[in-house]
Design a protein around this ligand. Sequence first.
Ligand SMILES: Nc1ncnc2c1ncn2[C@@H]1O[C@H](COP(=O)(O)OP(=O)(O)OP(=O)(O)O)[C@@H](O)[C@H]1O
Length: 253
Amino acid sequence: MSALLDVSGVTLRYKTPSVLVTATDRVSFQVNQSDRFVLLGPSGCGKSTLLKAVGGYLSPSEGRIRIKGRDVTEPGADRMMVFQEFDQLLPWKTVLENVMFPLLAARKLPRKEAEDRARAYIEKVNLTRAVNSYPHTLSGGMKQRVAIARGMAMEPDILLMDEPFAALDALTRRTCQDELLQLWEDTKFTVMFVTHSIAEAIKIGNRILLLSPHPGRVKAEVNDVDRVSPTDGSAGQLEKHIHELLFADEVAH
Ligand SMILES: Nc1ncnc2c1ncn2[C@@H]1O[C@H](COP(=O)(O)OP(=O)(O)OP(=O)(O)O)[C@@H](O)[C@H]1O
């Protein structure tokens, strides 16, 4: 089976007037259908940059990014993004209108069907009671759930999530993680999820790509995350193992 997403030897650079910043160096990985694929690494290792490149917002200086065999050259409705910031919703639109917006803008569905689809995904994220509310009346966790519903309603090939729960309090963060996993159980969507929390990576992912600090290079890939359990101590062991993999060089010095 060929991979859904194929990232091959990707180097990503930012050119500023004074410097050339290499964010990632020849990074390769593949994401399969229904993977919960996590990019994990310390701040500045290029996780967000990689996600943006898969989103089509940045072009690699080296290497190729292909989705379903096609080169990624621009943003597209097949790759929807959810960001960390709470202000990603349109403030003058209700929850329902926000979720419908990309469906209508992409001319994916006629209005009535777009509304039915939007309502179904709003229900999946448990926000039916807020369907006619405006973003400023919602909590941070509710806003993130609207952004997730909006991304999922497009039924993209892959949902790209950039630390979507990082700005939430610990309790809400846990609830949102549980809801995301429940959604995955229901629909088995493919997701690429960026985090710098090892615990979150283990909770969300079935596969984790570990990146080294700046510039980001692949340190290791952990592929059997689903086998660990939070109750028998195996999740704790994996957390320790990942910590060692991530910080092996620092320990050696
Ligand atoms: N627009 C930009 N212009 C120049 N350099 C940038 C830009 N965006 C990011 N960088 C640099 O690229 C590198 C990777 O940044 P990136 O945001 O992808 O890291 P990250 O792993 O997502 O970090 P964090 O977890 O802190 O968000 C960093 O050195 C950063 O300073």
